[in-house]
Design a protein around this ligand. Structure first.
Ligand code: 3EB
Length: 346
């Protein structure tokens, strides 16, 4: 399953194969995300596999994004976070229910409070285990574009996330992790993360204003994420590109045109890759070698998006398509990518 030498390997696999591996105790499985619709109660208990209620598009069955490592792995749990760690890498995930009903008395909304508590638990865990670098966060929660408590839920999430960074003395501009934030059909806030003992470099996109510097019109607090993170582990450069959309400067471009949004998102990814290659000479990242995850708001746009992706890259690509709500109402898709690690065929 994991040939020796792969510190990190990514596979997009049918859920049934992951369940089979799990029945063996899943040696080499660091963790992952399984996309089911409707949701299943829990993918094999004990493993850090997050069961996200999201439809995989164009696939015959549910698909999992699984990260493997040749490192000897130890499992653990902390405040609802399930994780596995090796010498260098840690994958963790958690599902937390937002307290229903009225806002807490301190004025925080339920989603904001749940987000802050989840991030604080993650930071406590990483600090206690000595993982100084967070390479990547994946964030999923329901009704991302809905207004409640007078504020769009994505903006509530941004406040809770930023407050957790601040209360742990972490910077909220500059050297911040790569991330994505999507709306799913589930009922809970779900977060997964990949961390390392290393010094990662946050990458920004020269075509875009850094998200942590977005102007006030996008909410009372800026989103806390970098356009990508770049890290050297065991002599290999790894690149994790955040969710990337049709945004130039800070504005959404091509509202209502999914093909043009796809091309613009890919131009942004190409710019981030160029920036990574400039900062890591010799890494030689290429668009055709990355693994992609594409979140599409309307399932009926799948064929158009896939066509634009193949045309832009000009080669067969490893890509997983999911139906999800993107954090700005006028965005029709968002694309994330990673590279430098091994990718399982299929
Ligand atoms: C954007 O560029 C689109 O809040 O973690 C992309 C990646 C987006 C990550 C996040 C949001 C996030 O602003 C949205």
């Amino acid at each position: 399953m994991t040939p020796p030498g792969d510190l990190l390997r990514l596979g997009y696999l049918p859920a049934s194969r992951v369940v089979l591996q799990a029945s063996d105790g899943a040696p080499g499985l660091l963790g992952g995300l399984c996309f089911f619709h409707p949701a299943v109660a829990d993918v094999p208990a004990g493993l850090p596999l997050l069961s996200v209620d999201m439809t995989a598009l164009g696939a015959a069955e549910s698909i999992c994004e699984v990260w493997y490592s040749h490192e000897g792995l130890t499992p653990g749990q902390y405040k609802g976070i399930r994780y596995r760690q090796g010498e260098t890498l840690l994958f963790g995930c958690l599902t937390c229910n937002e307290p229903a009903g009225v806002a807490p008395r301190d004025g925080r909304t339920p989603l904001q409070a749940a987000t802050q508590a989840a991030y604080e638990a993650i930071f406590e865990l990483l600090e206690s285990l000595g993982y100084n670098a967070i390479l990547r966060f994946w964030n999923y929660f329901p009704a991302i574009n809905t207004v409640s408590h007078h504020l769009e839920r994505y903006l509530q999430f941004n406040i809770g996330r930023q407050d957790a960074f601040l209360s742990h003395g972490r910077c909220v501009i500059g050297n911040v992790p790569a991330a994505c934030a999507l709306g799913g059909t589930g009922t809970a806030l779900q977060i997964a993360l990949l961390a390392a003992r290393a010094e990662p470099l946050a990458i920004e996109n020269p075509r875009q204003i850094s998200a942590y510097n977005y102007p006030d019109q996008y909410g009372p607090r800026s989103p806390t994420f970098a356009r990508a993170s770049l890290v050297k582990l065991h002599g290999r450069d790894l690149l994790f590109i955040s969710g990337t959309a049709s945004i130039v400067g800070h504005r959404t471009l091509h509202a209502g045109d999914v093909q043009a949004q796809t091309r613009e998102s890919l131009r942004n990814i190409a710019a981030v890759v160029a920036e990574a290659n400039r900062l890591a000479p010799g890494a030689g990242f290429e668009l055709r070698d990355l693994a992609y995850k594409v979140y599409i708001r309307y399932a009926s746009d799948l064929a158009s998006v896939r066509h634009e992706l193949m045309k832009f890259i000009g080669a067969p690509v490893s890509a997983l398509f999911l139906q999800a709500d993107v954090c700005r109402a006028d965005l029709l898709l968002e694309i994330e990518a990673s590279g430098g690690h091994a990718i399982s065929p299929g």
